[in-house]
Write a new protein. Sequence first.
Length: 382
Amino acid sequence: MSRVRRRRRATVRYRRSPHLVAYWHQGSLRIVNYATRDRSEADPLVCELLNFCGEWRTLPEVENGLSVGPSSLLPTLVDRLVRFSLLVRSDRPVDSRVSSMASLGPWNPEVGFFHSATKDVQFWSRARARRSRGTGMDSARRPRMVKRYPHARTVTLPRPEMDASFADVLLARRTSRRYSTDPVTLAELASILAFSAGVQQWASTADGEAPLKTSPSGGARHPIECYVVVRDVGGLRPGIYHYAADRHLLERTNGSVTPARMRAYVPESGYFAKASAMVFFTAVFERQLWRYPYARAYRAALIEAGHICQTFLLVATSLGLAPYCVMGLADTLVEQDLGIDGIRESVLYCAGVGRPPRGKEWAPLTRGTLQTRPNRAVQPQS
């Protein structure tokens, strides 16, 4: 190493990255930066080095501060830890993912680690799922689909009573995987968005006006936003739109999306891309953090995405349309196209809507039909 480079390195300082979690996996200790999603195996020297660099340190300070003493291999180890974002350098800009993760500060590390570790997973193809049958993963006894207490006293309940029209909607709600070539209309899409995600009223509170929607939200924080990817909606240009829930209008944020791109949004479920529109439900976490500085509040965003999505499905069903919902997403790809950072605001769920194939009320399979039988124990009284 040249003398000039040595002097430059002596002035550079290093500090432990702020978003690290360590855990044991298959006999080795691993450390992950949950902001950047970089991970590396670690040994006692790495742990000692990271512990020592809780404050800014120069390389000579690191060499003199560790129990192993100066070593020609230490600069290489430090460079490796920088490359895996376990250490940061004072002469480089802060990674935007790190500053975004810092915005979730009161929730970390619990939320930050879970949030990043569950993104962009490798979904199984149908072929791989078939190959797994008969292996150790599939050979265990299948769990019961309902829970029972065989020795408990029972109370027989009367048949449910409900307004017939609402009961019909609930019973008709199904996930469709095939769609007509006839598009959904703009009026139909507008109705679905209005009743599932639109602000219905404003309530005066000590903290200012709070929105009220058809779905509940903890503290009326309503972190969920809706983005519509339009493929074929009558009266609407293809493209990506944000639904302004207070003004009931669409804000065009990006141009049209190719069918291949839409299929890539939902790995192994590309048939959903043939619907008229996809709707992505995202969460703006700072709305919850403002009131709830504890990590459990993260659960509310996940649950509330489900609230709104179910309402979306029911409204679409009431209009005679064919809705779907899917959680298997290519998170980073979707967030890139929506123009969100994936941390402060992140995609959680996807729904969509099309028109059912002609002559069918429900097309649950990509081909063929699905045989069903009713559970008469919960059928409404006629």
